[in-house]
Design a protein around this ligand. Structure first.
Ligand code: SF4
Ligand code: SF4
Length: 67
C-alpha cells in the first residue's frame, strides 16, 4: 500500500510495550529477538495513518515520508 509511508521506531524511547504491534491490523510489525517491535512489512502500512503513533505511550514512533 504505502511505499513512501511507514513507521520508524526510536529504540532509545521504545519501552517494548508492544502496544503498536497489538494495535496495527496490517501486520506491519513483528516482534524482534529483543522483545521490541520491528517494522517487517512497511509496504502494508496505510499512507498517512498515524494510529500507532497516537497510541504509543513513549512517543517513539515517527514516519518515513512525513514532513
Ligand atoms: S507502542 Fe511505542 S513504546 Fe510501545 S512497543 Fe511500540 S514503539 Fe515501543
Ligand atoms: S501507521 Fe497505521 S497502518 Fe501503519 S503501522 Fe501504524 S497502525 Fe499500522
Amino acid at each position: 500500500m504505502a511505499k513512501n509511508w511507514y513507521p520508524i521506531i526510536d529504540y532509545e524511547k521504545c519501552t517494548g510495550c508492544l502496544t503498536c504491534y497489538n494495535f496495527c491490523p496490517h501486520e506491519v510489525y513483528s516482534v524482534g529477538v529483543n522483545g521490541k517491535p520491528m517494522v517487517v512489512n512497511p509496504d502494508n502500512c496505510v499512507e498517512l495513518c498515524r494510529g500507532c503513533q497516537r497510541i504509543c505511550p513513549a512517543g517513539a514512533i515517527r514516519y518515513y515520508g512525513e514532513q
